[in-house]
Ligand binder design. Structure first.
Ligand code: EPU
Length: 429
């Protein structure tokens, strides 16, 4: 158990580098299962989820080798056997839900996949019905057996699939199965996140035929074989957006090197509304802020809408902004659990269903608080930067799943943040 101690008051100034997106890299690693031989994924973030995904691939029979890239990021070479194993165990799947994305590629490669049901988590119920319905449309038979999703198909056949909602995970699983199906698959109302584009580009470099990449209609012509590839992951727009938010709320001046402003259009526009001066640079973008931020409303939506993964960070900013703001969360119903925690720091946040109202205060007040997921955790760290005194953020392991060495990067920008071991927490009475 570790805690981050954040002393409030610093203005963040300097430059931070952005490496590959967690929510892309994990899927790219799964996609390597589609071809025997060695695929290399570059621009990896040094986060806990990548280590768990690596372990999962090893359990499926792959060899993995982590190397250092020239830019200081890591890369992983994944050697996939002719016949990978087909069972993804619960002890790994429960640690990262993203392991559900091995379902599609394993089914396509081996005709059978058995992946532990991930179960619930702290941000919402996270159903899998559209993953299942899509794979069934391609001809797979699915059932739940002793806590495992078992999917079987002698052959997969192309089909037209309409998603009720543009879900990221289902779009990925269906696409990874369809690239090896017989005939044409059309995925309508597909998710369009930059991480989906990245996955499709890697699949194309493996020999897949996909049209409509980046649009809500993917047309996939199945091929009988794919080959290994080398692919550099797209930069992490959520980490980049987190730095942009932190710069704005601390009245800082931060250059986000490797951040693509085109992937953050609405989020950066909100920060401009708050008063930040945002400028594209050849290598990324720069955020400068001189005043107390002004409030803005947020509605989370699938890409290109405002990302739910930036919602807690936005609430942290709004809790010290001038004026009131309304936040509408449309993706994960439990994400507002964060509001109860930031309220311990004096934030004036009220929730009602999937709406929250935040009335900005001049300053927050440091308190011990608990991270319940990656983004809530980083949201509390940002709140600590604008609180008086020292905030202790407990359960840092959640933050480590998505942010590599967060405290080192914050220190390099001038913040006073340190990591400490904490005694085991034995629960609320
Ligand atoms: N949904 C269904 N049925 C399905 C699939 C999804 O009802 O079959 C619902 C979910 O319950 C949820 C909504 O659709 O309410 C969105 O789910 P989606 O499938 O789009 O999300 P995901 O693939 O489970 C990924 C990211 C999340 C990110 C969301 C939305 C990964 C590993 N996770 O989750 O990232 O919030 O897309 O952009 O890619 C994070 O990084 O902190 C994180 C939670």
């Amino acid at each position: 158990m570790q805690v981050l101690r954040v002393r409030g008051g610093a203005r963040l100034v300097g430059e931070v580098p952005i490496v590959g997106a967690k929510n892309s890299v994990l899927k790219l690693m799964a996609a390597s299962l589609l071809a025997p031989g060695t695929s290399t994924i570059r621009n990896l973030p040094a986060i806990a989820d990548v280590a768990i995904m690596t372990e999962l691939l090893q359990r499926l029979g792959c060899n993995t080798k982590i190397c250092m890239d020239a830019n200081g990021a890591e890369s992983v070479a994944i050697t996939v056997p002719e016949r990978p194993m087909s069972e993804a165990p619960y002890e790994l799947v429960r640690k990262i839900r993203a392991s559900i994305c091995v379902l599609g590629p394993l089914l396509a490669r081996t005709g059978r996949a058995s992946v532990a049901m991930p179960g619930g988590d702290n941000i919402g119920s996270r159903k899998l019905d559209m993953h299942f319905a899509g794979l069934e449309r391609l001809g797979a038979a699915l059932h739940i057996e002793h806590g495992f999703i078992v999917a079987e198909a002698a052959t997969l056949t192309g089909a037209t699939i309409w998603l009720d909602f543009p879900t990221v995970g289902a779009t990925e699983n269906i696409t990874m199965a369809a690239v090896r199906a017989k005939g044409t698959t059309v995925v309508d109302n597909a998710a369009r996140e930059p991480e989906i584009v990245d996955l499709c580009q890697m699949l194309v470099s493996m020999g897949a035929q996909i049209d409509g990449i980046g649009t809500s209609t993917l047309v996939i012509e199945g091929v009988s074989e794919l080959h290994p590839t080398e692919h550099a992951a797209v930069g992490d727009r959520i980490v980049a957006g987190t730095w942009a938010t932190a710069a704005t709320m601390t009245r800082g001046d931060v250059t986000v090197r490797g951040g693509n402003p085109a992937h953050l259009e609405i989020a950066l526009d909100k920060l401009s509304t708050a008063g930040a001066d945002i400028e594209s640079t050849p290598a990324g973008f720069r955020v400068r802020m001189h005043d107390r931020p002004r409030s803005f409303d947020v509605v989370t939506l699938p890409y290109p809408g405002f990302a739910t993964d930036l919602q807690p960070q936005a609430i942290a900013l709004l809790s010290v902004a001038k004026g009131s703001a309304m936040i509408t969360e449309n993706i994960f119903e439990s994400r507002f659990a964060f509001c109860d925690e930031i309220a311990r720091m004096g934030a004036d946040v009220r929730t009602d269903g999937h709406h929250a109202v935040v009335r900005g205060r001049h300053q927050l007040s440091a308190a011990p608080v608990r991270a319940s997921d990656i983004r809530a955790g980083v949201g509390l760290v940002l709140a600590g930067l604008v609180a008086d005194g020292v905030t202790e953020v407990l359960d840092v392991h959640h933050i480590d799943r998505g942010y590599a060495r967060l405290e080192e990067q914050l220190r390099s920008l001038g913040a006073d943040v340190s990591r400490h071991d904490a005694p085991e927490f034995d629960g609320w009475l």
